[in-house]
Design a protein around this ligand. Structure first.
Ligand code: DNO
Length: 387
């Protein structure tokens, strides 16, 4: 029997144009947030955590999930400062757990967090959506970044289309593409200029998935004993998109990857953020069966949908439409034994009067409001019909 789900909402902190008051009216009870003002790798002190927590509680909400306690590049690349950074990570985990916040989402994507090529792709109904288009990404990779060897990563047809597309793009479109790819999408906490990005990815030179997994193992061995001692549920986020890009190793892209990740440190607290949008962006991934298979290791859920228009290109769809069978996903989640498993509507279109306003890409108020409303209706309908 399910212990129920918790409806949550991502909030970027006091600078977020969507306020805690708005979120309350959206119907969420839990907040998903991070101390975005603290540089990656520095300790989250008890004082900073307490300030954020009391702000949230004063609005009648609770801080349910940390997204993200980001992992420093030195940890991912096994740089000389990694042990010191891991110690800081453990201290932040303990400080959070002492404040009652015991669910942490993070990712192990090399150099970049999530990646898109378009932040305002026209959607059929007049709203706009985020999308990832392989040809456009190849323009960035081969022709703007000019990464050595990039050509080998794309089929001939994509290379040709990319070259043809590049000549039709204006200077400002090329700059916008560069920024969309590497300047840092919301939550990434880190953006790059071109030179900086080239040196960030150079640190991964010659690193295959097998070696990268050894860095994950080192990370998990360093932090999981603390997670277990303090009962912190660690929830790794899948790669987004869930396939290799920029010649960098990706290790959380499929069901097999997730299993391998758990095998590196076999404990229930070493768990997953089920992100249906990320996993669903590879047509080979069956999200329902992944959710079902790993249900007891799912500590946090992002519900989002996608329509894939080829193997490696997709547009973010409405929450109940697209590749992911949201009805079946919800049915699986409602069987979870976790007390109050938090889920959030992941991303939303820009629509209605937000079309002309500045919003954090993907994190509109109205698009997510629509998503949450649909999802909570689905949840209620299924839960009632099961009882
Ligand atoms: C994008 C988000 C990701 C996610 C991180 C988790 O919208 O889902 O940025 O927060 O990858 O560490």
């Amino acid at each position: 029997m399910s212990q129920g789900l918790e409806q949550t909402w991502r909030w970027y902190g006091p600078d977020d144009p969507v306020t805690l008051k708005d979120i309350r009216q959206a119907g969420a009870t839990g907040i998903v947030t991070a101390l975005h003002h603290i540089p990656i790798g520095e300790v989250w002190t008890p004082e900073e955590i307490a300030i954020r927590r009391s702000t949230i509680e004063a609005a009648g909400l609770q801080w349910s999930v940390v997204e993200s306690l980001a992992i420093h590049e030195e940890i991912k690349t096994a740089g000389p400062k990694r042990d010191h950074l891991l110690e800081n990570y453990r201290i932040s985990m303990r400080n959070l757990a002492s404040a009652g916040i015991q669910r942490i989402c993070y990712n192990f994507m090399p150099a970049l967090d999530w990646t898109r090529t378009h932040l305002n792709a026209p959607f059929g109904d007049g709203s706009t959506a985020l999308s990832f288009d392989l040809v456009t990404f190849a323009v960035f990779d081969m022709l703007i970044l000019q990464r050595p060897g990039a050509e080998d990563d794309y089929p001939e047809s994509v290379r040709q289309e990319a070259a043809a597309k590049m000549v039709t793009m204006t200077e400002s479109e090329l700059l916008e593409l560069e920024q969309t790819c590497i300047a840092g999408l919301p939550g990434a906490n880190q953006g790059f200029g071109m030179a900086e990005f080239r040196s960030a990815i150079a640190k991964y030179e010659g690193m295959d998935a097998e070696r990268y997994r050894e860095h994950v193992r080192y990370f998990l061995n360093a932090i999981m004993p603390t997670a277990i001692e303090w009962d912190v549920k660690m929830a790794v986020h899948p790669d987004d998109p869930p396939f290799d890009i920029l010649g960098l190793p990706r290790i959380v892209s499929s069901r097999e990857d997730i299993q391998a990740y758990f095998d590196l440190y076999d404990h229930p607290n070493n768990g997953l953020t089920l992100c249906t949008g990320s996993l669903g962006s590879n047509p080979q991934n069956n999200c329902v069966s992944i959710a079902d298979h790993f249900l007891d290791r799912i500590h946090f859920v992002h519900l989002r949908n996608v329509t894939n228009y080829d193997e490696k290109s997709f547009i973010e769809d409405n929450h109940l439409e697209g590749e992911v069978d949201m009805f079946e996903i919800m049915r699986v989640l409602l069987r979870s034994k976790t007390a109050s498993l938090p889920y959030r509507p992941d991303h939303g279109h820009r629509m209605l009067f937000e079309l002309g306003r500045t919003v954090n890409p993907g994190y509109s108020a109205i698009g997510r409001l629509r998503g949450l409303a649909e999802l909570r209706g689905l949840e209620l309908g299924i839960a009632r019909s099961m009882s």
